[in-house]
Design a protein around this ligand. Structure first.
Ligand code: PLP
Length: 398
């Protein structure tokens, strides 16, 4: 049997829309991107959503917005040490310095008790990641942010559908960012989106994704339409070539939006199926403790079922590689549970951190994996996986 890591649904509606769009020959961002943004904002419960080219760009653009609101290039943003590498890369791409904080091993998320010691005069934002769709401890994070007057940008790339105290992940901080890459719950194949209630941030985001182009015609003081001053011939300003900030080239196109729109029609169903799969595995996983562990959820949290994390306990006598190879030989696709970005990811050596600085992130980086809980997996796949793990532990005599 094969237990795949991810899946993507391309609905009949998406296929119809893609054909319509191709025939219309209006392929770059337009009404379908705006419709996708409107519907995504509705799902998350924010006033605004701005679609971009990737989840990584979503983070970089959200940070770059802060230059319009008091930040300076070279300012710092606090991020968890354990995450997908984008969490470290995107701040650098935006001109910020990522300042890493260790995670908690039981939540896989940033340890709020270790944030304040990293705050300096240059800190502008805290960027928690809801890793594996388990919400970060937002109350504590918001309190620290309020105390130190910092922005909070949630990296909800893996947290479509997650909730914290009844609020949707991504809609709790000043801005929330999502990845729409194929492995994610809502996908546009490649893509990302930023959500916010702040229309000032949204306006800057729309400028940033289009090279920093002006949002308003200064002469007419009128919002541009699709990036153009609608009455430019009257005022004489060609807004297409007025650039107000250092931007990115990060627009979503109509074909991607069409895939996303079809996907959104099944959002609730996808979340329900994935959650069911997640809890089915979680319930059966208890018996493998302390050799293999997963995350627990608090009563105030709802998982955004991205994948199922597994961490080898300290008592395990086998290595992660042995476990992964066993799973692979038996048809179960897995991924490592990322790494400590500052100390286990070569690209970040230049920041000068050393192994041992982030013991929990490093432990998970060495001992964690995640497997799929996607909507195309059924009970038979999950039972097969659980039996496989039980057999592995038996053969290993733990
Ligand atoms: C936590 C996190 N942030 C950012 C990203 C970047 O998303 P993308 O691959 O769409 O650039 C990912 C990707 O999975 C992620 O897991």
């Amino acid at each position: 049997m094969k237990v795949s890591f991810g899946t993507i649904d391309v609905s009949e509606k998406s296929k119809r829309l893609v054909n319509e769009i191709l025939n219309s020959r209006r392929l770059s961002g337009g009404k379908y991107v705006r419709e996708f943004e409107r519907r995504f904002a509705e799902v998350v419960g924010t006033k605004e959503a701005v679609a971009v080219s990737s989840g990584t760009d979503a983070v970089a653009l959200a940070l770059a917005v802060l230059y319009d609101f008091g930040a300076q290039r070279g300012d710092e943003v606090i991020v968890p040490a354990l995450s997908f590498v984008s969490t470290g890369i995107a701040p650098l791409q935006a001109g910020f310095k990522p300042v890493f904080v260790d995670v908690r091993r039981d939540t896989l998320n940033i340890d709020p008790d270790k944030i304040e010691e990293k705050i300096t005069k240059k800190t502008r934002a805290i960027m928690p990641v809801h890793l594996m769709g388990k919400p970060a401890e937002m109350d504590k994070i918001l309190e620290i942010a309020r105390k130190h007057k910092l922005y909070v940008i949630e990296d909800a790339a893996e947290a479509h559908g997650a909730k914290y105290k009844g609020r949707n992940a991504g809609a709790i901080g000043d801005m929330g960012t999502f990845s729409l890459y194929v492995a994610h719950i809502v996908s546009t194949v490649e893509g990302g989106i930023i959500v916010t209630d702040n229309s000032g941030f949204a306006e800057v985001l729309r400028s940033l994704r289009a090279h920093g182009r002006a949002c308003k015609c200064r002469e007419c003081v009128i919002n541009t339409k699709n990036g153009y001053c609608p009455i430019r011939f009257k005022c004489g300003t060609d807004i297409r070539f007025v650039f107000e900030r250092i931007g990115f080239s990060s627009k979503m196109n109509e074909l991607e939006a069409a895939v996303g729109l079809g996907n959104l029609d099944y959002y609730d169903e996808i979340i329900r199926k994935r959650r069911k799969n997640f809890f089915y595995l979680q319930k059966r996983f208890g018996k493998f403790s302390p050799f293999l562990k997963t995350v627990e959820l608090l009563s105030c949290e709802e998982i955004g079922p991205h994948a199922f994390p597994i961490i080898l306990g300290e008592d395990a006598k086998f290595t992660r590689d042995k476990f992964v190879i066993y799973l692979e030989e038996n048809g179960v696709d897995s991924r490592n549970l990322f790494s400590s970005i500052p100390t286990q990811c070569e690209a970040f050596k230049f920041l000068g951190y050393k192994v041992g600085d982030f013991p929990n992130a490093e432990y998970v980086g060495n001992n964690g994996i995640h497997i799929g809980v996607h909507q195309d997996l059924g009970k038979e796949h999950l039972d097969y996986f659980i039996e496989l793990v039980a057999r592995f532990l038996y053969e290993e005599k733990r």
